[in-house]
Design a binder for this molecule. Structure first.
Ligand SMILES: *[C@@H]1O[C@H](CO)[C@@H](O)[C@H](O)[C@H]1NC(C)=O
Length: 246
């Protein structure tokens, strides 16, 4: 009954697990703050989140592929002039770009935070309120003085079994109480990407049964970072399997 010893040197496995650990996955995120440690007031929880790479922004979401219902919270922190800044997060059904995006917008109007929807047809948009081409409900926004943060919340109905979406996020100044063009340099020109709604859920979204269960939050990167995470966890799974069966 002498079982053969594992053929894979443990040191090698150690190296692999280090290289593919979640720490590695979040290495492209801003070091200052992480979405995974954020808690929303009133016990609202989102099983998945990502630290967006530009504009001090974070996206949190809860997604049910079988229904296509996506619940999101977009947070833009560290806003220099909160009373005169608009922020927006948008889905773009055609490309990770500004034109064609279906935006959720928030800013302070007469001292009162307001949130609404605005489809973006051209570069000269002043983000006028109008209906979107995607089904969006319950758009609300909240301001937090502590970290000068505006958060936009909404429900979005996607086509069933949608797994990825193009998204764009943005901030810009106000003039005469109206949003005007955002900066055309730095992060403001790079704040778009493709998001995999499912890879962000893999660690904690499954259960959902117990009301008091703490849903483990995970942050995943967009684009390459998400791919790396996926790649990394894949390796972990495969090697756990190898070790377990050798
Ligand atoms: C979505 O996926 C589920 C499970 O694979 C499948 O049963 C269902 O038919 C799919 N729905 C659509 C609209 O493709």
């Amino acid at each position: 009954m002498a079982t053969p010893k594992p053929k894979i040197p443990l040191f090698f496995i150690f190296l692999l697990t280090q290289a593919t650990s979640p720490v590695f996955c979040s290495s492209s995120s801003p070091a200052s703050s992480k979405c995974s440690t954020h808690t929303f007031p009133q016990n609202r929880a989102f099983p998945s989140c990502v630290d967006l790479p530009y504009l001090d922004s974070y996206l949190h979401w809860d997604y049910e592929p079988s229904t296509g219902i996506l619940r999101i919270a977009y947070r833009h922190a560290a806003i220099t002039s909160p009373a005169s800044t608009w922020v927006a997060w948008a889905i773009n059904p055609s490309a990770p770009a500004m034109i064609g995006s279906q935006a959720l917008v928030a800013y302070h109007r007469d001292g009162q935070l307001t949130a609404y929807t605005s489809p973006v047809y051209d570069y000269s948009t002043s983000l006028i309120e109008a209906k979107l081409s995607v089904d969006v409900r319950d758009v609300t926004a909240e301001y937090s003085t502590d970290d000068r943060e505006i958060a936009i919340f909404a429900y979005i109905r996607l086509k069933e079994n949608t797994t990825t979406l193009n998204h764009v996020w943005q901030d810009g100044p106000m003039d005469g109480g109206k949003p005007i063009q955002h900066s055309t340099s730095g992060g403001n020109l790079k704040s778009a990407g493709t998001l995999n709604l499912l890879s962000g859920q893999s660690a904690g979204g499954g259960g959902g049964g117990g009301g008091d269960d703490r849903i483990k939050k995970r942050n995943v990167g967009t684009r390459n970072a998400a791919g790396l995470c996926f790649f990394g966890y894949g390796f972990l799974l495969v090697f756990s399997f190898l070790v377990g069966t050798s």
